[in-house]
Design a protein around this ligand. Structure first.
Ligand code: ATP
Length: 230
């Protein structure tokens, strides 16, 4: 299978802090790839490096065969990192219209994106009135406007109530069924076991396990982190 993301020995230091410490990963086309780790493990920093938002201290990453941040690659990647920065007093639809305009995407992409995330009926409500789960789903809709091959979602279920989590997980599964490659970061083993095909576990900036989800089935987060495979 083709590599959509290929990361070799990626490291990011902030002064004395090593946020990401020699991470190597391959994400293949069509995978729903779980990136699992506790708070502060280095997930967000790694994902930001894949998007070209943070420069690595050393190491190398290729996203869709190009350097992170390359416009040709970014045009094919949709991302939701740390919550969507959207306008509270505009409707969900108006927010997407603004994003589409800035991204140079046709307005015709808005209705299908709203439908995919299950917000068609609430599209004209103000963003401020949305539940956290709906806000996150609108953020995913924004990420989908470009019809991306790769979707990167950084802890999209964080802070959601049980129904919000179920809705978001179903949405992520659907993105995989549509044939998109998805990278989903999470701190919940049960979540990645439910919706991902493969998982890499990161702890203290290092990959401590990288396996098909079945291989880690039945293990808790702590067990996986305490018994690295390699
Ligand atoms: P969380 O789930 O809490 O977001 P994470 O796995 O995404 O955690 P990162 O946000 O990547 O982890 O952070 C990894 C480490 O790097 C943490 O110790 C964090 O404090 C540190 N760090 C991240 N960004 C910076 C920064 N800009 N300056 C200094 N330290 C940083």
């Amino acid at each position: 299978m083709t590599s959509v993301v290929s990361v070799e020995n990626l490291t990011k230091r902030y002064g004395d802090i090593t946020a990401v410490d020699g991470v190597s990963l391959e994400v293949r086309s069509g995978e729903v790839f779980g990136f699992l780790g506790p708070n502060g493990a280095g997930k967000t920093t790694t994902l930001r490096m894949l998007l070209g938002l943070v420069s690595p201290t050393s190491g190398r990453a290729l996203v869709l065969g190009r350097a992170p941040g390359d416009p040709g690659a970014l045009a094919r990647v949709g991302a939701l990192i740390e919550g969507p920065g959207l306008y509270p007093y505009l409707s969900g639809r108006s927010n997407l219209e603004i994003i589409a305009r800035y991204a140079g995407v046709s307005r015709s992409a808005i209705a299908p994106a709203l439908e995919t995330v299950g917000l068609t009926d609430r599209a004209d409500d103000k963003f401020a009135k949305y539940s956290l789960g709906m806000k996150q789903r609108l953020g995913v809709a924004a990420a989908l406007l470009k019809d991306p091959e790769l979707v990167i979602l950084d802890e999209p279920t964080n802070g959601l109530d049980p129904q919000g989590m179920r809705d978001m997980r179903a949405l992520v599964q659907n993105l995989g069924r549509e044939g998109r490659t998805v990278i989903l970061s999470s701190h919940l083993m049960s979540e990645v076991q439910q919706i991902c095909s493969r998982v890499a576990v990161i702890n203290n900036g290092r990959i401590v396990a990288d396996a098909a989800v079945e291989e880690l089935r039945g293990q808790s987060d702590l067990e996986v982190m305490a018994h690295p495979r390699d």
